[in-house]
Ligand binder design. Sequence first.
Ligand SMILES: [Mg+2]
Length: 326
Amino acid sequence: VYKERNLIAHIRRLAFASAVKSVAQGIGDDCAILRPAPGYELLITTDLFVENVHFRPAWHPAASVGHRCLTRGLSDIAAMGGEPLACFLSLGLPEDSSQTEVTQKQVTQKWINGFLKGLLSLAKRHKVQLAGGDISSARQVTADIVVIGQTPAGKAILRSGASPGNRIYVTGALGGSAAILKQLYAGKPIKPTRSNTHFYPVPRLEVGAWLRKRATAMIDLSDGLSVDLAHICKESQVAALITAKLIPIAKGANLELALHGGEDYELLFTAPRRTKIPGQIAGVKITEIGEIRNPADYSSAIQILGQNGKAKPLAQRGWEHFRKKR
Ligand SMILES: [Mg+2]
């Protein structure tokens, strides 16, 4: 199957193709050495990707899995208003060809190459160096990704900064990834093209960095609007009122998917009413969808104003909702 030492040498060659100056020492020593800019703090995020939980080999090409894996980490850095510096990848790979769909198809080396290509081309695009990691045998393909980023000290945008009167905004359009997933579950063949944001989501790093001086709270939409807005409400100890007809719905999706579908990797943020937020940031559409309210006014944290002009509580049904259908 794969030869661990050869694979490490291969990954090392690929990693140095995107060497950046914030990494003083990359792959090849006991530790990596990172050099954040003076006066900056480090941001660290980790994500675990597991075959048949986070991706399915039958649905997701290897390059898409690598891309989605790194997007998840980059999107978290974006959600803090940070810039990414380096990533670390630990891979668990099956050795016995009977164990997983990936190896059943006899594509292990090809699969790994595709995975690395997907991950590293996204890394290169955002000047993030692969600075270390590990490889082990495992029952199923498992990828653990760590992304390190930086922000000026004390300037990261937290989930806890929203206050009553702040406007609520989202980037892009919502529900697109869940709409594709729904079709995949229904057995529809979907072409995994580069422009399809389910397979190749775009981390909103430029938008996140632009918002660092303007947003009061921010989170990336990985679990779905209803769940992620609830995180802001909980951490900020506020309530929220959103308006159904203002929510930007992705092509092929509907309001339900836009509210509860996960993995769009758009940004959800709040800003004071007086702060001017343009309709577009770095070429990405920005939509105001509601307002942060005083929690004392509401029985539940999030209310949604429907087409009938009446507000009702919005249930938190995120990504888990889709997972249970498996
Ligand atoms: Mg996140």
